[in-house]
Design a protein around this ligand. Structure first.
Ligand SMILES: [Fe+2]
Length: 256
């Protein structure tokens, strides 16, 4: 089984880049499942229209993150869409679901979205305990788990990777928007600290540079806007064996 995971889609430029490029990757790798992080599809958050376009272009599951609710119109949509998932480890009740279990070629594949706690403003439930509960709830009923760990700190991502090594098939990081060169397989778990971003490259993590610079200079803040100009798509392909463990990770990165 091949699982193609695409990093944070930023703004309409990111959505359109995914739509234009995904067909080429489907022909090249013939993925059985495509998982896309879409929490920045609207700059902050995602609209139903953007989710629909990502699904129509080929995404099987869209994951979210700390900005899941920035566009409130997604609330009624997420209640109806089992394949758009928000972080699983909120403390308080939230709309939608934090994971989905799909039938992929006769195998049960679970995809879960977790939010990190280190250097993040949100205070979710501890992701280590949350994933333990989820895995034990479905013990023996899921062949492979895929975890999108939406987190800031590299250390928290590595710690969760080693905590889950041998228990999940894939753990990829999102949120920091810069692809890391540390893809690896350990105890049958495929890992990369960050998939990277799908969006404008002449930017600060997708945002117009002058706006980010103004923020760091302590000037009056504007509402961040997605940058213009050239774009790229980033992610990773994970190859799983018949027993559900990962054997290979291939980073992908392509200018549009
Ligand atoms: Fe994020």
């Amino acid at each position: 089984m091949r699982v193609l995971c695409i990093g944070d889609i930023v703004g309409w430029p990111g959505v359109k880049t995914f739509s234009r490029q995904i067909g080429g990757y489907k022909r090249l790798y013939q993925p059985d499942l495509i998982v896309v992080n879409g929490e920045n599809a609207s700059g902050l958050g995602i609209t139903p229209q953007q989710a629909q376009e990502l699904f129509a272009s080929g995404a099987d599951v869209i994951t979210l993150g700390n900005h899941a609710w920035a566009r409130r119109e997604i609330v009624s949509y997420i209640e109806r869409s089992s394949r758009l998932i928000r972080p699983y480890n909120y403390m308080a009740p939230h709309p939608g679901r934090g994971y989905v279990i799909l039938d992929v070629g006769g195998k049960k594949v679970g995809v879960v979205n977790l939010l990190g706690r280190a250097l993040m403003d949100e205070s979710p439930d501890n992701p280590f305990y949350a994933i333990d509960r989820l895995l034990s709830m479905h013990q023996g009923k899921v062949d492979s788990w895929i975890v999108d760990f939406h987190a800031e700190a590299t250390s928290e991502k590595y710690a969760l990777f080693h905590y889950l090594a041998g228990r999940v098939a894939i753990l990829f990081g999102t949120h920091t928007h810069v692809q890391t060169a540390d893809e690896q397989v350990y105890k049958g778990t495929g890992y990369i600290t960050d998939l990277g971003m799908t969006g404008p490259t002449e930017s600060v993590l997708g945002v117009k540079p002058y706006q980010s610079i103004a923020g760091f200079r302590g000037e009056m803040r504007e509402k961040f806007e997605t940058a213009d100009g050239p774009t790229a798509m980033n992610g990773a392909l994970f190859e799983l064996d018949a027993d559900g463990s990962c054997r290979k990770v291939i980073r992908i990165s392509s200018a549009d």
